[in-house]
Write a new protein. Sequence first.
Length: 302
Amino acid sequence: MRAVVVEHPGGPEALTLVDVPHPNAGEGEVVVEVEAVGVNPVDLGNRADPSWAGISPPYVVGYELAGLVVETGEPVWALLPVQGTTRGALAEQVAVPRQYVAPRPPELHPIVAAALPMAGCTALQVMQRMPLEAGSWVLVHGATGGVGHLLVQMARGLGLHVAAASRPDERRRLEELGVDIWLDRSGPVPAAAAARELGHDLDAVVDLVGGQLEPSLPHVRVGGHAATIVDLTGDLDLALDRNIDLHGVLMRAGRDRLYELAAEVAAGVRPHITDTYPIERIADAHRRLGAGRVGGKLVITL
Ligand SMILES: NC(=O)c1ccc[n+]([C@@H]2O[C@H](COP(=O)([O-])OP(=O)(O)OC[C@H]3O[C@@H](n4cnc5c(N)ncnc54)[C@H](OP(=O)(O)O)[C@@H]3O)[C@@H](O)[C@H]2O)c1
């Protein structure tokens, strides 16, 4: 069978499609015939440098998939840990620990299902960390991205109001997702602009971009929330002075979370698939994500 193996970490050319032996299910594992694999920024990071993931070559990246259990034909989705995984999803078959696999919502096409686990479970985890009441206002930095566009839908599902900054050409898409206050991300401080428009501070800010918490904190209410999935950089002292709860979130894979994600799908949450690539063009998909302006998810088909 074929798999995309990284022997020499580096640029997209490090992704080599090679023949490898079929996997066998180890203790507590199930072998899945892969139908589609979502592409995420962490794939690019681990491809270029596996040290954060705590692995060494050879390894296969790719952490979310839709497929069929080889033994039973059951349609499933899976989300693998982004650290410590050497047999990632970019292969025709993969042996996955059962704790990371769950039945997928039957109404989802495999390409749609493969785009959800990583970004969707991350968005879910961010929302679960911030106990916000319906009617609260949250500002999302990075709302157009893989995680962001799902997080906006989940926040709206919880009855929250959402402010978001993007490029002007993404405004309409964000408003269709339910964003109440749209801001131009090239403006000086989106949080200040949102608070000005609202006439009061925000209840929460979510940073899916990096470096956005420090400038946002002055516009988050005392006792509010600030969450990041990227970094905790900058001067965050104001969080202390204003008793703002700071949440650093690293997605944790797990079957239970996939069931929670299925509930979000049942409530109407859907990913935007920007493009699909056959596995032979995996390097092009990495180049595309690395170049930015994807505005949704890229999915690899097998
Ligand atoms: N902690 C975790 O567990 C976890 C889990 C998943 C992802 N992540 C990380 O979280 C980040 C987002 O992931 P993702 O999958 O959503 O990536 P993505 O699909 O590349 O989305 C990032 C989005 O942010 C937008 N953006 C960039 N600069 C911005 C700015 N100044 N203001 C507003 N929006 C801006 C980008 O727009 P343009 O492309 O148009 O510039 C893009 O739409 C990545 O760094 C990823 O590695 C962390």
